[in-house]
Ligand binder design. Structure first.
Ligand SMILES: [Zn+2]
Length: 105
């Protein structure tokens, strides 16, 4: 099955926060698609003083894999290429959703 995600970037007009609203599937295979978005969102931060609060919001995703979230969290914490200062908050739904498997035919 095809697990794909899409993300909407919301930027607070005061520049106080950037939110990546993720929909679709957040899986081991799909989550790297978020890396360049996170890099770009971090690059939006003003170069001085203000630390922008970056949130990756997965509460609207229809399918979230634990391993996908783990890899994503690890990447934002450890991947130097993510650059930028400031923490990245990952918002999760209370229970990780999964969509029913699609049956052939
Ligand atoms: Zn899926």
């Amino acid at each position: 099955m095809d697990h794909t995600l899409s993300a909407l970037v919301q930027i607070d007009l005061d520049g106080a926060y950037v939110r990546l609203l993720v929909t679709g599937c957040v899986t081991e295979a799909s989550q790297p698609a978020l890396y360049p978005l996170i890099r770009r969102a971090r690059a939006l931060s003003p170069p001085v003083t203000v630390t922008v609060d970056l949130t990756v919001d997965l509460t609207a995703a229809e399918h979230v894999e634990v391993v996908g979230v783990d890899l994503l969290r690890w990447a934002v914490d450890h991947d130097k290429s993510m650059g930028g200062a400031g923490p990245v908050k990952i918002l999760l739904p209370d229970e990780l959703p999964d969509h029913p498997p699609r049956r052939p035919g």
